[in-house]
Ligand binder design. Structure first.
Ligand code: ADP
Ligand code: MG
Length: 509
């Protein structure tokens, strides 16, 4: 039996081999590369059994759901959808003299505070025990909404995106609800409505899974954190409700009726699970201060070039943006979708510095923030109409080979198959939250991502520039699993097969 370290080294070598053999592969369209990972699964039989049981249960539930169930004729009464009614055990046991107090009411008009044990409430709790900073940010946003400081819709952009405030009206985050995304059913922007109504055939981006932009936003943040890029403001999936969001008239009418009922018939109103508007699921991104659209600073830098030291800092930040975009195959990186912060130094010429009091001199700061990552993680490389280029390809910084600093930061991690697979595991955890999650599409998304990582590693090892990497032929690396029997042990073997995608989009924009 192979030891663990042997397995790891084997995998590492095989993945490195994938990049080494690529030039040979380019001549052939479709080649399977043997990169087998042997994972001893002693408890696999048990796993398989539990999977079978789960499947049987699913089938059972499915059969029950589809079977018409005879129900007792109910007394005529005002009805609300089941999800709106509380089905909890009573707070107090039903004893003859037990006090019958109403549950505490939260300031947001909820009959149950959000921390209730109710399953439906639990779904909407924004809990981030591992990230106290983000937890505080979300709590501040919730408190502000409870006190009537509502998120404000951002005028620019193609979707319903909102600046989220704290109680002092300070912007602290950007919230993008799933159902107000560019192609979501409640997108408030009329241009997208026109697009959907008048030109349905060209609607959406053929290579992306529609209406999962909020997951793509949070997924980009995972890639950023795992690689230590520090250019994506922390982004996670949260649930928020606010008067200022775009709701359909039915939801608003329902809320009004429930409010009226609760005020005039409190006994009945107590039964409602929630009084306020339904929370929306979406991505929440930390707001970064002092940044401007890249377009603004790019023009300035053109007219007034950065000094040598700052220019170097900027190049390193730029390379991190390239790494992120290339891995997630961002299809929407226009110069309005990344931000630059540039704090000029107090002194104009760096050469003056030695004569100046050092304590008086502030170092120039140049930082990039990669926002708007909602149109990434395609399940195939763009191949139909548009190529969705990265707009940074035309910048002079894209013609400089990757620096040693950037290689040191990411290359070891990206060349390690285990690291890459840990990325796909975290993304699976995130993406599978969506009700429309489709495992086979997810596998294809990851196949594109692995291909991008392979090209990036190859390009960095070969001393290429970002522009050259963008021009490499797109690759997909698919993973398949096979179960084999060997004595008492069953072995799971993972095969990785690499394929070059040759079909090109019609337009290059
Ligand atoms: N995290 C952020 N920090 C600061 N400003 C932001 C942030 N996210 C977005 N913005 C501002 O809001 C604008 C619209 O945001 P964007 O994410 O591009 O939304 P859309 O998806 O609607 O295009 C950006 O151009 C930028 O000025
Ligand atoms: Mg945008």
């Amino acid at each position: 039996m192979e030891s663990n370290s042997e397995v790891v080294n084997g995998i590492h070598d095989e993945f490195t081999d994938l990049s080494k053999t690529r030039s040979g592969i380019e001549a052939v369209e479709d080649i399977t590369v043997e990169a087998n990972i042997h994972i001893e699964k002693i408890s696999l039989q048990a796993d398989q059994q539990s999977e079978d049981v789960t499947e049987a249960l699913k089938q059972n539930v499915y059969a029950k759901v589809n079977k018409p169930v005879k129900q007792k004729a109910a007394k005529p009464q005002v009805t609300f959808p089941d999800e709106d009614i509380i089905h909890e055990e009573p707070t107090y046991p039903n004893q003859p003299f037990a006090p019958r107090l109403p549950p505490p009411r939260s300031p947001s008009g909820e009959n149950q505070p959000l921390l209730s044990k109710n399953r439906l409430d639990a779904e909407f709790i924004n809990d981030f025990p591992d990230d106290s900073v983000f937890q505080t940010l979300v709590r501040n946003a919730e408190t502000a909404i409870d006190r009537g400081v509502y998120p404000v819709r951002i005028a620019q952009g193609s979707s319903g995106s909102y600046f989220v405030k704290d109680v002092d009206q300070k912007t602290i985050g950007v919230f993008k609800p799933k159902n107000e995304e560019p192609y979501g059913q409640l997108n408030p922007k009329w241009t997208k409505w026109m697009h959907k109504t008048c030109c349905p055939c060209c609607f959406g981006r053929g290579c992306l899974i529609p209406n999962q932009g909020y997951l793509s936003e949070a997924g980009a943040s995972i890639i950023d954190s795992k690689l230590g890029l520090s250019i994506v403001p922390k982004t996670k999936v949260v649930h928020l409700a606010s008067e200022t969001f775009n709701y359909n008239p039915i939801d608003r009418a329902k809320t009004k009726t429930k409010k009226y009922t609760s005020e005039h018939f409190p006994k009945f109103g107590k039964k409602f699970h929630r009084i306020g508007l339904p929370p929306k699921v979406g991505s929440m991104q930390t707001y970064v201060e002092g940044y401007k659209d890249a377009e603004f600073w790019l023009r300035k830098f053109e007219a007034d070039p950065l000094q040598a030291h700052t220019s170097r800092e900027y190049q390193l930040q730029f390379e991190r943006l390239v790494v992120l975009d290339y891995i997630i195959r961002n299809t929407d990186r226009g110069n309005d979708n990344w931000l630059i912060r540039y704090d000029k130094p107090d002194i104009d010429d760096e050469n003056d510095a030695p004569e100046t009091e050092w304590s008086m001199v502030t170092r120039p700061i140049v930082k990039i923030a990669a926002i708007d990552n909602g149109l990434a993680f395609p399940y195939k490389h763009p191949d139909s109409w548009r190529a969705y280029p990265y707009h940074w390809t035309w910048l002079p910084e894209a013609r400089i080979p990757f620096s040693q600093e950037t290689k040191d930061l990411v290359l070891d991690k990206l060349s390690d198959m285990h690291f890459v697979e840990s990325l796909t595991t975290e993304l699976h955890e995130l993406f599978s939250q969506d009700k429309g999650f489709d495992r086979s599409l997810f596998d294809r998304q990851m196949a594109v991502m692995r291909g991008q990582i392979l090209n990036l590693c190859k390009g960095m090892n070969g001393g290429n520039t970002p522009e050259e990497i963008v021009n490499m032929r797109p690759v997909v690396i698919e993973k398949t699993r096979e179960l084999s029997l060997g004595g008492r042990l069953r072995t799971m073997t993972e095969h990785f097969s690499q394929r070059i995608q040759d079909r090109k989009p019609f337009f290059s924009w």
